[in-house]
Design a protein around this ligand. Structure first.
Ligand code: BGC
Length: 439
């Protein structure tokens, strides 16, 4: 008998973020974000996110597709500059867009999962110092309160921030993402401001929410794969994954302070100090993990992966190794003990429309079965996974990589805005319909 224990209310879904799909960058009172003003030379092919997948104008049709695919949940983020185009000003049309989206989702029986911040900082906040300044903490709290005031009568699931490690590494250390800075010396300050803003936002959600909220944060996460199933190898991989390394991109740098209230030190500096722990370490209902690829023993410490020749990779060159799903869940749950939602997992491919006017993407279908198989293995061992959000619901603006990497379950023709449901999405629908029985 199939022992799969996907609970009846398992949150099968898909994810997106505002800057990557919405477009309508200067409509209905929205002000620019740091991504809208990215210099052309910083984005592949000189592209921008001004129109993106044009979801702002297609959202009803998009929700209809989600319904057709049988999604139970949909994770999306709010554009801060759409809701607050300037300090102290609420943009009624902006917040109404999200309110209408939530209504549409609820009508379709799809649970809305809201991320407050997914990298698209308003220019006006950046000009006040952005993540470099403590001023962001009360500003972020005020913005969170506005969103919660307007949506929490219908929204229960909240994530404060998406992948702080990534936007700090890419945006402030390596200069590859907006705001394109290289400022290694600011690491401690950036981390601290981010963690404190998370803590304040979380408290605001609990205080102002009308429906009892379930609050989390979405971490980028990875793990080392044990070389064999020998207990010593497993222990080595576990230590490397969640204990030994403390750097910015490690699991610990963020999770220890936020979940355990433990300060972490690396490169001779603290991610956060003991005195801040009370504010930072707020009780979470779940932790979100964005899982894509494994860490690699030989390259750890050198900053990048060195995959073996010919190994399976996505179109961005990231190694496809589904074992990371199982080991990541196992190591993280052993250390942090919280229910886990997979808030992102997916694959970029060079999808195209075939002569039959369909999008055939067998590699994505295979990817989904591989990763979900490992997720099921973890759940069968008792790890409480409460949902899986495939990245992404539709092809979108992949930040500095522009539009070439297609991560969507739904294909988007970026010229016409036309959508085509890919083959893999129909397969995903079957998995949802059978509640993972065939995995
Ligand atoms: C981010 C997404 C991004 C995806 C694929 C995650 O790190 O949260 O915004 O599109 O990875 O790169």
């Amino acid at each position: 008998m199939d022992k799969t224990i996907f609970p009846k209310d398992f949150l099968w879904g898909a994810a997106s973020s505002a800057a990557q799909i919405e477009g309508a960058w200067n409509e209905d009172g929205r002000s620019p974000s740091i991504w809208d003003i990215a210099p052309k030379k910083k984005i592949r092919n000189g592209e921008d996110c001004h129109i993106a997948s044009d979801h702002y104008h297609h959202f009803r049709e998009d929700v209809k597709m989600m319904k057709e695919l049988g999604l139970k949940s949909y994770r999306f983020s709010i554009s801060w500059s759409r809701v607050m185009p300037e300090e102290g000003k609420v943009n009624e049309k902006g917040i109404s867009f999200y309110s209408d989206l939530v209504d549409e989702l609820i009508k379709a029986d799809i649970e809305p999962l809201v991320t407050i911040y997914h990298w698209d900082m308003p220019l006006w906040v950046y000009e006040k110092g952005g993540w470099m300044s403590e001023k962001i903490i009360p500003l972020f709290k005020e913005y969170t309160k506005i969103v919660v005031d307007r949506l929490s009568d219908r929204v229960s699931w909240w994530m404060t921030i998406n992948e702080p490690a990534c936007f700090i590494m890419n945006g402030y250390m390596q200069g590859e993402h907006a705001p394109f800075k290289r400022n290694y010396l600011a690491l401690s300050k950036l981390t601290r401001n981010c963690m404190l803003a998370h803590g304040e936002a979380l408290k605001a959600i609990r205080k102002y929410a009308k429906k009892t909220p379930k609050v989390g944060i979405a971490f980028s996460s990875g793990a080392f794969i044990p070389k064999t199933e020998d207990p010593d190898e497993i222990e080595k991989a576990r230590r490397m994954s969640v204990e030994s390394d403390n750097g910015l991109m490690s699991n610990r740098w963020w999770m220890d302070p936020i979940i355990l209230g433990k300060p972490v030190k690396a490169y001779g500096i603290y991610a956060s100090h003991e005195k801040d722990m009370i504010e930072i370490c707020q009780p979470l209902d779940f932790m979100g993990l964005n899982i894509y690829t494994s860490f690699n023993y030989s390259s750890w410490g050198k900053g990048s992966q060195v995959p073996s020749p010919g190994i399976a990779k996505n179109s961005l060159g990231w190694v496809i190794d589904e074992r990371v799903m199982y080991w990541n869940l196992r190591f993280i749950y052993e250390r942090y003990g919280l229910p886990i939602m997979i808030t992102e997992n997916g694959v970029s491919l060079n999808d195209s429309v075939s002569l039959d006017d369909k999008v055939h993407d067998p590699q994505r279908t295979d990817f989904i079965y591989r990763y979900l198989g490992q997720l099921k293995k973890a759940m069968n061992e008792g790890i409480p996974v409460i949902g899986y959000q495939h990245w992404s619901i539709m092809d979108n603006f992949e930040w500095a990589e522009g539009y070439d990497p297609r991560f969507g379950l739904v294909y988007v023709d970026f010229d016409s805005g036309r959508r085509i449901i890919k083959d893999s999405a129909w397969e995903y629908k079957k998995i949802i319909e059978t509640n993972g029985a065939g995995l």
